[in-house]
Design a binder for this molecule. Sequence first.
Ligand code: SF4
Ligand code: SF4
Length: 103
Amino acid sequence: MKRDKKIRDHLTKYIAINPLYCMACWECIEECPKKVIGKSGIIVHKHAHIVKTGECIGCKKCIKACPHQAIIELPSIYRDYVDKPNQYTRDDWQRMIIDLLGY
Ligand code: SF4
Ligand code: SF4
């Protein structure tokens, strides 16, 4: 379940952040008009994560701002995962995230 939360912390209905590619430059945080993205508190590997998933309007400013391609548009087939997370099993989530982000 901890892993599921970790995955959900990196998704909105419209975008996904890959923490492995994130270099903590915080450009996406500066650009997001809805303050959807925040900073992780992990000292060894700081990275961006989602703090207000419901506020994301899908403007994609964060995607354009990221110099490391750490943010991608979430394919529409996965939007249900964010809307109805409890309808999916842990295996479903893991398959989805490996598919999407490769980890
Ligand atoms: S798509 Fe727009 S609103 Fe959503 S996180 Fe990115 S910049 Fe913020
Ligand atoms: S712009 Fe990209 S690299 Fe910079 S903090 Fe955001 S996700 Fe990480």
